[in-house]
Design a binder for this molecule. Structure first.
Ligand code: SF4
Ligand code: SF4
Length: 244
């Protein structure tokens, strides 16, 4: 089990925890056609991701998202680990995808606004379509590739992604073990000179924090200093990149 104090977690991440969340996902996918009301788990998860995103960026993506846990567990031992194409992180097409998917969902909901079963089926369909896309991207690149374009993640990163940073201590040896294991493939060691990785698409999963052999990493609020991580010089402190 990963620590709850140092990594500033809301919930611990264990294999069991991930499989339970993945099970929620599989249950919705497998039974949603027969029990449409199960589909309402989808907007509940979306709402949690968006509200949580406004408070803590992509923390929900990295720790509580059923689909994220589904791709993590499904591809953990099977999937490749090719880099996510950088162009996928570009914002214009991500906003376009969000608008398109949300617009399509609203259009489908409006076709039978009085039927909860219809709404449940629409949510299930949206889940099926996006999960299929996530699996294809996971096979082509790495398990969390969908997270680079996920509309909920995009919203979370845009509204709250600046509220956490990954502080990098001077004790970092630049071995890059952290970034090799980062589900998003973020370049961490390259930010040692400025003392922190500030990337709105950091999932705050703490994988890097827990794998670093010299405990050089810490997820924290940008304005929160600790004894463990030396504060970076003010003139070198990076600002958050909107597209990062
Ligand atoms: S694993 Fe630790 S020591 Fe190695 S590059 Fe990452 S932060 Fe630095
Ligand atoms: S930088 Fe660290 S906390 Fe952020 S997504 Fe990568 S492994 Fe997870």
């Amino acid at each position: 089990m990963q620590t709850t104090l140092f990594s500033n977690r809301i919930l611990p991440t264990t294999a069991v925890h991930r499989w339970l969340l993945a099970g929620v996902m599989l249950t919705v996918l497998a039974l949603g056609w027969y029990y449409p009301l199960l589909g309402f788990i989808v907007p509940a998860a979306m709402l949690a991701g968006m509200l949580g995103g406004m408070l803590r960026g992509r923390h929900v993506c990295g720790n509580l998202c059923p689909r994220g846990s589904f791709t993590d567990t499904l591809f953990a031992s099977l999937g490749p680990s090719r880099p996510i194409p950088p162009r996928l992180f570009g914002m214009p097409h991500r906003w376009l995808m969000m608008t398109g998917l949300m617009g399509f969902m609203l259009y489908r909901l409006a076709q039978n606004p009085g039927s909860l079963d219809h709404w449940g089926l629409v949510f299930w369909q949206m889940c099926l379509i996006t999960t299929a896309a996530a699996m294809i991207l996971g096979v082509l690149f790495r398990p969390r590739t969908w997270c680079a374009v996920c509309p909920v993640g995009t919203f979370a990163g845009a509204t709250g992604g600046h509220k956490r940073e990954l502080a990098i201590a001077e004790s970092c040896r630049s071995c890059k073990l952290c970034e090799k294991n980062c589900p998003m493939g973020h370049a961490i060691a390259a930010h040692k000179a400025v003392g922190a990785l500030r990337n709105r698409d950091c999932l705050q999963c703490s994988t890097c924090v827990n794998i670093c052999p010299v405990s050089a990493l810490e997820l924290r609020k940008p304005d929160t200093g600790t004894n463990k991580i030396e504060a970076f010089p003010a003139d070198k402190a990076p600002s958050f990149d909107k597209a990062a």
